[in-house]
Design a protein around this ligand. Structure first.
Ligand code: UD1
Ligand code: UDP
Length: 405
């Protein structure tokens, strides 16, 4: 396999650098775009600007601090309890105006958020090239995750350059009929972000959470998906309470997502329970440290599903579908859904059965080798004719897997 078979390169701007906007709206976009923003800013061929829609506020500020990045533009669009349509319409107008002002040659979007989709649409309306980081993930169920599955499909239709993190996502894009010359297999920059922070993580986590008892097994829980709001989230809470009540050697740390539809329920169900620590969203660097220190992960997060296997931490995925089947196939994750009984059953087995636990914890992360940023930057340089050869594709069977912790 070869990345990006030869095509005629688009015109490079004459006499000036390539104007590239890196778009970020939410926490996971900030984490995965940070290495790319850093990589682009080191190259003289680019004039790079980091643009925040402000879909998230504190969650993104925190990540930028971790990577010592500063936004060049912040549209500051978040509202408390914002609706999908409300945020999307504000973002489309604001991004259209911003792109008219900045006149980018290229914008980069990441993943499947409203920011990523609406920025692609605004760029398309102005005939600006779109590069999509973390392209080709699919559940094939348009309501799960909602609305992300549709967002990422729409972005694939609009985008001109597609950076697929895994072989599966690369092949999905080719099956959907995209021009292979526009699809690059790069690995996921979530692993680059881990590589940049892991050395600091454990110290930060120990300093920040002195109340965690080092003699107990720590379960790390996160949940925020829209399809889990309401009853599924209540079931997750009940299961967590049962796991802790039935095993005195277990404690839980749950950084609660600030979405009122999440925080309200979790605090009402689990506030003030012994050995259950509900905390505010954890700074990314300390979160990486908690991943290294914990025993088991329960999550409906996309990014956490990718990170935990790099630390050898088994993941129970609290969703009915996943666009990240690679972790399940590798044996690092189990897709168990948000049901109370399933969580108690699988959680108890992994807490009590050492062989089962070890089998999951030895699986190798299939999501990248920490060099996605290099490949994405090289692919853009190649695409615009600054270089004559494309980056070698990420090969999980050849590259040493990133083993963190
Ligand atoms: C969004 C993304 C989801 C991603 C998640 C990451 C969409 C449709 N959803 O979902 O794909 O997995 O981010 O966390 O793009 N809030 C704050 N402060 C913050 C961030 C959020 O107070 O820094 C609260 C606000 O009340 C906000 C609400 O959370 O209205 C929901 O934020 P929103 O971005 O609309 O949805 P998420 O559920 O966070
Ligand atoms: N994360 C963090 N602090 C937390 C919880 C998560 O820094 O308290 C990071 C985590 O390392 C991962 C990312 O946030 O990289 C995942 O974001 P989220 O779960 O909000 O969104 P998703 O990945 O599901 O889109």
């Amino acid at each position: 396999m070869r990345n990006g078979p030869t095509i005629s390169p688009p015109l490079r701007p004459a006499g000036r650098r390539l104007r590239c906007l890196v778009l970020v709206g939410t926490r996971p976009e900030a984490i995965k775009m940070a290495p790319i923003a850093i990589g682009l800013s080191r190259r003289s061929e680019f004039e790079t600007r980091l643009v925040l829609t402000g879909q998230h506020r504190e969650l993104v500020d925190d990540v930028l601090d971790t990577f010592q990045l500063k936004a060049d533009i912040n549209l500051n669009l978040m509202r408390h309890s914002q609706t999908l349509a409300g945020f999307a319409s504000r973002a489309l107008n604001a991004l259209h105006r911003e792109f008219e002002k900045q006149k980018p040659d290229l914008i980069l979007v990441q993943g499947d958020t409203t920011t990523a989709f609406i920025a692609s649409l605004a760029a398309f309306y102005l005939n600006v090239t779109v590069g999509h980081v973390e392209a080709g993930l699919r559940t094939n169920n348009k309501r799960s995750p909602f609305p992300e599955e549709i967002n990422r499909r729409l972005i694939s239709v609009i985008a001109d350059l597609h950076f697929a993190p895994t072989r599966e996502s690369y092949e999905t894009l080719l099956r959907e009929g995209l021009n292979p010359a526009t699809v690059y297999l790069t690995g996921n920059p979530v692993m680059d972000a881990l590589r940049l922070t892991q050395d600091r993580g454990i110290h930060h986590a120990r300093d920040e959470f002195p109340f965690l008892n080092a003699d107990l097994k720590t379960i790390l829980v996160t949940a925020h998906r829209r399809e889990n709001h309401g009853e599924p989230l209540r079931q997750i809470c009940r299961a967590v309470a049962r796991l802790v009540e039935s095993d005195p050697d277990v404690q839980v740390i749950w950084p609660v997502h600030p979405n009122p539809a999440v925080a309200g329920v979790v605090e009402e169900q689990l506030g003030r329970k012994e050995r259950i620590h509900l905390v505010k969203p954890i700074n990314y660097c300390s979160f990486v440290g908690i991943l290294a220190l914990c025993h088991l992960v329960l999550t409906d997060s996309g990014g956490v599903q990718e990170e935990a296997p790099a630390f050898g931490k088994p993941v129970l995925v609290l969703r009915d579908t996943t666009e990240r089947p690679e972790g399940v196939a590798a044996g690092a994750a189990r897709l168990i859904g948000p049901s109370e009984e399933a969580i108690v059953e699988h959680g108890t087995r992994l807490l009590q059965n050492e062989l089962e636990y070890q089998a999951m914890s030895k699986a190798v992360s299939p999501y990248g080798d920490g060099r996605a940023m290099e490949r994405i930057v090289d692919a853009i340089l190649y695409h615009y004719g600054f270089t004559t050869s494309p980056p070698e594709p990420y090969d999980p069977f050849r590259e040493p897997a990133l083993r963190a912790g």
